[in-house]
Design a protein around this ligand. Structure first.
Ligand SMILES: *Cc1c(COP(=O)(O)O)cnc(C)c1O
Length: 468
């Protein structure tokens, strides 16, 4: 005879079937997220464990408990599944969170053209195969005044393409002050080495003059390269050769001057109290033969590398086999064209999220933060509004900040735990910690996500209370 507190086991017939579980309201959202196949496998695994443990358990677990176990298993097995994230970091171009969110115009263009055939490389006039997306070329020409343009997969590829097409086996002259590393893995000397271009360093880390470039020019020189240091600032006893000076030197020696501009702003960042970031138009006006930049930094479009400039140079790039390797895919081409059209329509500041976020004033952000704080306080969350700073990010405008209003939360327990619970919420909410407070910056939160923040914070707050 067994004592009553000993597990009795349960009949295996009491376990729900795979089909019943798949059709349950707890499991259906998991199917939407992970697919029928993956959820079925996870259910089978959980049921197998329950069958094995059946003899030593008190009672059959509920469908809800089984669903929770399936969800935990799937989350553990597939931690990297792409899901949308609420970015409350105040970092506008957050590289870990996908850099620039697309405009609704760009999304509509993808929705309109992505599921159908399109004249991607077809000249409708002749019926022949045509250039890939001549529209991009015309848009970039209209916006920047460049003679010619092309787009590849990202700016790293654009720089590599320029180097292999214009300088393979020859020398590129670069200032020692510009041999920088940008983000994860883009290092100017390593890109040079990979492209088979001989790096001819001139000047010093802090000072390089146009005379240093002039002295280094030889019969083996192919280009003069200027690199925007992007995420890196030098102060004090520093000087570099201006693009205009280099362009003048390039003209004298008939050498192309290439500028890796990085961010690719078409609008003036100084309007928002930031340092003036050189624009693509200015780089061309200063005489660069080729300018390259990213599509998903200050341009605010899809990942892309754009090259604009002198037609004779751009045509050499188009003919190089590496162009085919690095070409931009059709959906990004469509999104990039739609993004560029915002600039031509003069509605980029309203429509392109990166610029819309930059243009938000602290009082607009404070109003939204107050509206989020009110229902939180009503539920007992300790929340207040305080002044703070947002960042542009993405390697653009380092040390430059935008004044903002922060929603500061004081969790009962450890702030690290609270931030982790927010990060593991569905959808994840990314916040930061400063002197014991969890800070949410609504500048980078889409306005329609404000209500979502209320429910995510309350959920994480209640979990914390439960743990005490
Ligand atoms: C960001 C950046 C790159 C790399 O651009 P991706 O589009 O990320 O490949 C290259 N050069 C400079 C100066 C940059 O700022």
């Amino acid at each position: 005879m067994s004592r009553s507190d000993e597990p009795q086991g349960f009949s295996l017939r009491l376990l729900p079937s795979v089909e019943k579980l798949l059709a349950s309201p707890e499991i259906m959202p998991l199917v939407a997220r992970y697919s029928h196949t993956l959820v079925t496998r996870a259910i089978q695994q959980v049921l197998a464990e329950l069958r094995r443990d059946a003899p030593v358990r008190h009672a059959v677990p509920s469908k809800k408990d089984i669903a929770a176990q399936v969800a935990r298993l799937l989350n553990a097995q597939w931690p990297g599944f792409l899901s949308h994230v609420v970015n409350a970091t105040g970092i506008i171009l957050h590289t870990n969170l996908g850099r620039a969110p697309l405009s609704s115009g760009a999304l509509e263009a993808i929705a309109r053209l992505g599921g159908t055939y399109l004249n991607l490389e077809s000249d409708l006039d002749t019926g022949e195969r045509g250039a890939r997306t001549p529209e991009l070329r015309r848009l970039l020409n209209a916006l920047t005044g460049a003679e010619d343009a092309l787009a590849v997969n990202n700016n790293a590829a654009a720089v590599l393409l320029i180097l292999v097409a214009l300088a393979h086996g020859k020398e590129a002259i670069v200032s020692r002050g510009e041999l920088v590393q940008i983000g994860g893995g883009f290092r100017v000397p390593e890109i040079m080495a990979q492209s088979g271009v001989i790096l001819r360093e001139v000047g010093t880390t802090n000072r390089t003059s146009v005379g240093d470039y002039a002295q280094a020019i030889s019969g083996n020189t192919a280009i003069l390269l200027k690199v925007h240091p992007s995420n890196f600032i030098q102060r004090g006893f520093v000087c570099d050769a201006s693009l205009a000076e280099l362009a003048e030197l390039g003209r004298v020696y008939s050498l192309p001057v290439v500028y890796d501009l990085g961010s690719g702003a078409l609008l003036d960042s100084a309007v928002y109290g930031l340092r003036h970031e050189p624009t693509v138009q200015e780089a061309l006006r200063d005489g660069a033969d080729l300018v390259s930049f990213s599509g998903d930094k200050l341009l605010g479009g899809p990942q892309a590398g754009i090259v604009v400039g002198r037609s004779s140079c751009v045509q050499l790039l188009l003919k190089h086999p590496f162009f085919r390797v690095a070409r931009l895919d059709k959906l990004s081409s469509v999104a990039l064209a739609a993004t560029l059209r915002h600039y031509l329509n003069n509605d980029a500041v309203e429509q392109v999220p990166v610029w819309r976020m930059m243009a938000l004033t602290p009082s607009e952000i404070a109003r939204r933060a107050e509206a989020v704080a009110a229902p939180l306080k009503a539920r007992g969350v300790m929340a207040e509004i305080r002044e703070g700073c947002s960042l542009v990010g993405g390697g653009s405008l380092p040390e430059e900040t935008l004044p903002t209003a922060l929603l500061a939360l004081k969790p009962n327990g450890n702030p690290e735990d609270f931030v982790r619970r927010l990060r593991l919420a569905d959808p994840p909410l990314i916040a930061r910690i400063e002197d014991g407070r969890v800070l949410l910056d609504l500048r980078t939160v889409m306005a329609e996500q404000d209500n979502l923040i209320v429910s995510l914070v309350i959920e994480a707050w209640l979990q914390g209370v439960g743990n005490c």
